[in-house]
Design a binder for this molecule. Structure first.
Ligand code: CA
Ligand code: CA
Length: 253
């Protein structure tokens, strides 16, 4: 099966299911036409229907962030059996590592447990399918497209056309039909900056000390990827020198 990513404006369709009846026809140029039973056109899988025709946001290959619902102020929190919104706790249960996939979606794993946000049963039961902490196996129920709109983010699992939604009473995280400007589906990403090795939200002398200790083999790094300032996949003295330089430079500004 040939594959193409197609991003229609859903308002063009009276019924979104019609989209599945479209086929791609190319000879001299690419065009869309309605499916006819006797057509000899080539049929494609539609891999992705994007939010309002927008492409997903590219926020970098990998980063750590807190995921906050602005309406409640609650942060997405990993618990033993579930993922739910809770007040800010400044704990690892609210720090999530995002890793970009080849299709532009993100794997979202808790920085402490390493378990990832997973949609129950690929959302086959439809709305209200729960999101729970699962061992990462790389399925489409564990990858999310991130859409940016009006200063907030929306998350859509690759396996479904439903969106991540935080219940405003219980905080539970599940998937629901998208509603534009719908507060339960809006999220801030509070990204920990490069050089913030101890994940306290700022690059300070404490990060320099943590890296120094690690290089002397007398301490651990909370998040080693933020210590790799040079992005060469290894932590060494050059990262420390640059981090120190950047810190002194920022203090003097
Ligand atoms: Ca820090
Ligand atoms: Ca490095």
């Amino acid at each position: 099966m040939n594959r193409i990513i197609y991003s229609p404006n859903r308002d063009d369709f009276e019924n979104p299911d019609e989209i599945a009846d479209f086929i791609i026809n190319f000879e001299d140029s690419l065009m869309l036409s309605r499916f006819e039973p006797d057509s000899e056109n080539i049929q494609f899988d539609i891999l992705r229907l994007d939010m309002d025709g927008c492409f997903p946001a590219d926020l970098g290959e990998t980063f750590c962030a807190g995921i906050r619902n602005p309406a409640t102020g609650w942060f997405v929190t990993a618990q033993e059996q579930n993922i739910t919104g809770l007040p800010e706790a400044h704990s690892a249960s609210q720090i999530w590592e995002f890793t970009r996939q080849a299709d532009g979606s993100y794997q979202i794993c808790n920085s402490f447990t390493k378990q990832c946000m997973e949609v129950q049963d690929f959302a086959v039961q439809g709305v209200d399918s729960n999101i729970f902490p699962g061992e990462y196996t790389g399925t489409t129920a564990q990858h999310y497209y991130i859409y940016s709109d009006d200063g907030v983010y929306y998350l859509k699992p690759v396996c479904s056309e439903l969106y991540v939604d935080m219940a405003q009473d219980t905080g539970n995280l599940a998937v629901w039909t998208r509603r534009p400007q719908w507060q339960p589906q809006q999220f801030d990403l509070q990204i920990f900056p490069d050089g913030d090795i101890n994940l306290d939200g700022a690059v300070t002398i404490l990060d320099v000390i943590m890296l120094q200790k690690w290089l002397l083999q007398t301490g651990d790094l909370t998040y080693w990827k933020n210590a790799d300032v040079h992005k060469d996949q290894q932590i060494d003295i050059f990262d420390l020198v640059t981090l120190k330089y950047q810190l002194i430079h920022s203090v003097n500004e």
